[in-house]
Design a binder for this molecule. Structure first.
Ligand SMILES: O=P(O)(O)OC[C@H]1O[C@H](O[C@H]2O[C@H](CO)[C@@H](O)[C@H](O)[C@H]2O)[C@H](O)[C@@H](O)[C@@H]1O
Ligand SMILES: [Mg+2]
Length: 261
């Protein structure tokens, strides 16, 4: 069953501390970054990471014995935001995996990604405010400041991957069109983590905000875990929902035993 075929009841809205999780080594927490842990900002480099969030995530990782960021960002970007090597990461929408400090999987040819970025640039340059984000194993075209450009940029992205066979796929996120390896998703990333001794036999928890996170919600549900959608209500495979990254950060803070405001 694919994410788009998922038929589950509408997600439950969870006011603050009713989310049924008490961190312990039973759990494997998997967390999306943008729009989930962090508020959306005008540009990728404008995001703000509160010190307290890093302390909270570190405390959860210590309690559970594991924690992974599962993100569309690249590994260097995730490290720049949360501290070099601090957490396990599935980067580039699952194409690049680092577990226990070791980069164990790398899907997608960075040379091909660079060539696609170059091919996209003339189309992007025709729209003030649009820009290309090169991420090694994937490419993003941002148009938050040029929303009218979306159809044109989407066509350019389809043209960029034409001829690559099944190697690449297009994902549409928040004011962004991404080109990522076909062979990896956030769902395959979670399955890969759960096969690793550091995560095996744990109950997966995943929080994410985007339609690109639905593969992960399906994967955690299939493994008996728990998915939390961050943001407004929509069709989703997540079973719970919190309204914003701020609400999620507050819940995370409150979920860490022995800490107070
Ligand atoms: O999977 P995620 O961790 O949620 O990452 C998804 C993409 O997030 C970033 O772009 C988004 O957030 C930016 C900062 O708030 C915002 O300016 C942009 O409009 C959003 O699309 C990041 O730049 C991408 O590389 C990630 O794939
Ligand atoms: Mg996100």
């Amino acid at each position: 069953m694919t994410a788009s075929e998922t038929r589950l009841p509408p997600p439950l809205f969870v006011p603050d501390d009713d989310l049924p999780v008490i961190w312990s080594p039973e759990w494997a927490p998997f967390l999306d970054i943008d729009g989930t842990l962090l508020d959306i900002a005008a540009r990728p480099d404008d995001v703000f990471v509160p010190d307290r969030l890093i302390e909270t995530l570190t405390a959860i990782a210590d309690t559970c014995g594991c924690l992974a960021l599962v993100t569309g960002r690249s590994l260097p970007q995730a490290d720049a935001l949360f501290g070099a090597g601090r957490f396990d990461v599935a980067a580039n929408h699952g194409a690049v995996m680092r577990i226990g400090g070791v980069v164990c999987d790398q899907a997608g040819d960075p040379g091909a990604a660079e060539a696609m970025a170059a091919a996209l640039r003339p189309a992007v340059d025709r729209h003030d405010g649009a820009f290309v984000e090169e991420k090694g194993h994937s490419v993003a075209v941002h148009y938050r400041a040029a929303p009218e450009a979306e159809p044109f940029l989407l066509q350019a992205a389809h043209e960029a991957i034409r001829g690559s066979g099944d190697a690449w796929r297009i994902l549409i996120g928040k004011a962004v069109i991404e080109i990522a390896p076909q062979s990896a998703t956030k769902g395959t990333a979670i399955a890969r983590f759960l096969a690793d001794p550091a995560y095996r036999r744990r109950r997966p928890f995943f929080a994410g905000d985007d339609t690109t996170d639905e593969d992960a919600f399906v994967a955690v549900a299939a493994a008996g875990g728990l998915g939390v959608l961050i943001g407004p209500e929509r069709k989703t495979a997540a079973r719970y929902r919190l309204p914003s990254p701020g609400a999620f950060r507050s819940w995370l803070d409150g979920s860490v035993a022995g800490r107070s405001g």
